[in-house]
Design a protein around this ligand. Sequence first.
Ligand SMILES: [Zn+2]
Length: 428
Amino acid sequence: MAENAFAIQDLPTEKEYVIPDLPVNKDYHFFISYHNSDTATVHTLVEILERKGVKCCYYERDFIPGSTLFENIREKMSNSVHMLIILSEGLATNPYIKHEITEALHRRINDGYPIIPIMVEPCTVPADLKNIRYIDAKDVDVSEMPSLIIDAMVKNKIKADYQRTTGSEVSIALTRYAGFPRFLSLSRYKLDINENVRRNLRYSQFDLTNHELKEIEDIVNSSYLVQYWHIFSHFVLVASLLLFIVFMLSICVYLTVMITITGLTEDDSKSTLTALHVSISVVILAIFVSYCFCWNINNKMSITSKYSKLAAQYKLWQQLVHALSPLNQEAREKGRIILFNFTSAELKLIRYDFGICQAQFLKRCEQQDRLRAWMRNGQSLKDYTDLLFDNFVKSERCIRLTEPSATTRHTLSNGAKCLCLLIEEDLS
Ligand SMILES: [Zn+2]
């Protein structure tokens, strides 16, 4: 899914590249791995890269004296966002470089550490790096290499952003219970946010207070659509059964009236018998038709369950949106919203971080006039996107973020379309 969601045409062209800020826990954009014979090339590269704002780390300048090579490699690699490997002859034979590559490959598997090899002279690629695409700079002047490196770095960064899951989801199963008196009442469902669920929510960074959880619980449990979802989701079946019973009763009443008021003569009994035959045929036909109708709808399109689920979802949505609005107002400032989805026997709480979508949308607005169609005179692009996102997450259109979709730009944990895509669709 993540692979498909990433579209090459979404990448900005080179002129709009901005060197990504370093995360708070990193000191360098690149840890550079190279053979001594390439020292001159590395010095030139680092000089140009650092002038452009790309921080580099290399052995001669940045390794701390007193620490072993292995300690230095481990620490400096942890403090770098990417690894740059200068591919040349001699690389494969150096044991320290071999160690650096092994260490980087481990990190790549564990944390997705990006490795960018660049071939500066004709040479054999070490076996471990054979399946990683390298920058071919064999016939390129050293002064042109930095822009190729920055290009690869930005594309890797964007790709990583695209593939980051933007939020998380916690499902809370409804609990089934019997009403009172036990043998007479239908079973019902309720939402029980117990300690296990709370732990789960905390673990998924939902930041909901006990008071807010209690409020959600109360709203959900006061909804008849939730309590009797198993009946509402088979609405046509239940309705047909009721209709059938009413129909049978009316025939009984009709026959009783016929018999008691008119009395039975020999001729009458014949006509009564005919009426009985006709009635039975009609009843059988009615059973057959309603059975076909229910079967058709339940199996082929599951319209009934879909409609009653949608109704339940919508009704609950209005109530919960109201209850969650102070909470979501606070969350919106942090670039996240809390959504929910009601499916059969469970309530899903969805935490959706839309920071990535918003950053991406801002970038696309800069490129495309049609996205700025509703922008007011003098309004800054940042204010415009803030307002668009704010209005969208406050509105009921947000319900679309709870439905899975085949296409999305960013990966949502529930597989729904991402916010930037929905807003763009609305604008065009
Ligand atoms: Zn998005």
